[in-house]
Design a protein around this ligand. Structure first.
Ligand SMILES: Cc1cc2nc3c(=O)[nH]c(=O)nc-3n(C[C@H](O)[C@H](O)[C@H](O)COP(=O)(O)OP(=O)(O)OC[C@H]3O[C@@H](n4cnc5c(N)ncnc54)[C@H](O)[C@@H]3O)c2cc1C
Length: 380
């Protein structure tokens, strides 16, 4: 067993770290306050091979694998998780195309995203149903050579800035719920597609989030990914990879909380001693560090397994579940260790506290992850 990163991965980690420190730091506050999306950063990141790095070289990516992409995600999220999301989630919709799309779809959609020219989105959640997939209503009905799509999607990352989205639609309503869905590629400029930015998020405010309305949106049947009725199963495999990226976001944010807290407790004194001299402070740092170490193991191992053709869906769900918990836990302690200063915007910890919560909500809430893990453990 070798826990050492390869030289390539070490270089990638270093490059992503430097990129985030150089490009994100000065924009972080403004983007958070003004809910500003950062297309220029995404383009620069693409020039450095950091967008869709998991995509193999033949489709324009860096071929860094899922572990490489997780490491990039970790380093970007360590500086600013929202801006980092703008970089890594540009390829969010691409995962389904890569796994299940035709050669033609892969060649058409993946390279422009890798080059930073286009952005994808994954449009699954609906206003009246997120966790409960059986409640989804968006329909795609065959008409001639086309699908005509009607319905609403909610909370879609990159919704107003994407060039195309992968939308989950009901194509086979007569089938049982899991066999009724299909994934369909919808170009964002399709007539009948309306996109409304959702403002006022608690955290990751530089990331774009939108409601999307389909009103008789017509796309050719060649936009179907894989076979009709396979959408639900495809989505489960899709999340089993993208969840690793969410856990990598959590890892980066948690590491930032710990590093910043260590620095602070060495500098700040109370009762004639640095905060770090108190055992209660040491307990907080210790608990943060142990959780981070355990999380890194889950993230790297689940990513490594995907890269070696042995994805472990339970492990990826565990990484996502534990990642959200760890990020929220560490952000909470970081604010506490900073005292009153942790509660004002002079320090980043208040932002990380706000940013962290989404990690327990999107791509499956923590409750949904518990249900998934609990079911999978019994089906082994
Ligand atoms: C910033 C942001 C970005 C997002 N990006 C995307 C995106 O790019 N694409 C996309 O498709 N979606 C996206 N989402 C949507 C996100 O995945 C959903 O919000 C999430 O899955 C929860 O769905 P919901 O909001 O409908 O909550 P609900 O499903 O209504 O759940 C509400 C609460 O009930 C709990 N609950 C539900 N069912 C059960 C049960 N059986 N047992 C116990 N508890 C239960 C949930 O865990 C949760 O705590 C995003 C959301 C946000 C906020």
């Amino acid at each position: 067993m070798d826990f050492e990163l390869t030289d390539e991965l070490k270089m990638l980690k270093d490059m992503a770290k430097k990129f985030a420190q150089t490009e994100f730091s000065s924009l972080s506050r403004e983007c958070d306050e003004e809910e500003k999306y950062t297309p220029e950063i995404r383009r620069k990141a693409a020039e450095n091979g950091l967008v869709a790095a998991w995509v193999p070289e033949e489709y324009g990516g860096s071929g860094a694998g899922i572990l490489g992409n997780a490491i990039i995600t970790e380093e970007l999220s360590k500086v600013d998780m929202g801006i980092g999301l703008n970089v890594v989630a540009a390829a969010f919709g691409c995962e389904a195309i890569f796994q299940f799309g035709t050669e033609e779809q892969k060649k058409k959609y993946l390279p422009p995203v890798c080059r930073g020219e286009q952005v994808s989105a994954g449009a699954f959640t609906e206003p009246d149903a997120g966790t409960d997939v059986a409640g989804y209503r968006t329909r795609a009905v065959k008409d001639g050579n086309d699908y005509v799509i009607n319905g609403n999607k909610m909370f879609i990352t990159n919704g107003t800035v994407c060039d195309f989205m992968v939308a989950q639609c009901i194509t086979n309503p007569e089938e049982k719920k899991h066999n009724s869905f299909s994934l369909i590629i919808v170009p964002a400029d399709t007539p009948g597609v309306t996109r409304n930015k959702i403002r006022g998020k608690m955290g990751i405010r530089s990331s774009d989030t939108a409601e999307i309305v389909f009103e008789d949106a017509r796309v050719p049947q060649s936009s179907l990914i894989g076979r009709e009725g396979n959408g639900f199963r495809q989505l489960m495999h899709f999340f089993d990879v993208t969840r690793i990226m969410v856990s990598a976001q959590a890892l980066g944010l948690a590491e930032a909380c710990l590093e910043t807290s260590i620095k602070y407790v060495k500098e700040r004194s109370a009762f004639g001693a640095p905060l770090g001299a108190f055992q209660l402070t040491q307990m907080k740092l210790t608990e943060m560090a142990i959780k981070i170490e355990a999380l890194r193991g889950l993230v790297y191992k689940s990513a490594w397994l995907v890269d070696h053709g042995r994805p472990d869906y339970t492990l990826a769900a565990m990484a996502k579940y534990f990642g959200g918990q760890t990020a929220v836990f560490c952000a909470n302690y970081a604010v506490e260790l900073h005292g009153g200063y942790g509660y004002i915007d002079e320090y980043s910890v208040q932002k990380w506290y706000r940013d962290a919560k989404i990690l327990e909500l999107y791509e499956g809430t923590k409750e949904a992850e518990i249900m998934t893990i609990g079911r999978m453990l019994q089906s082994r």
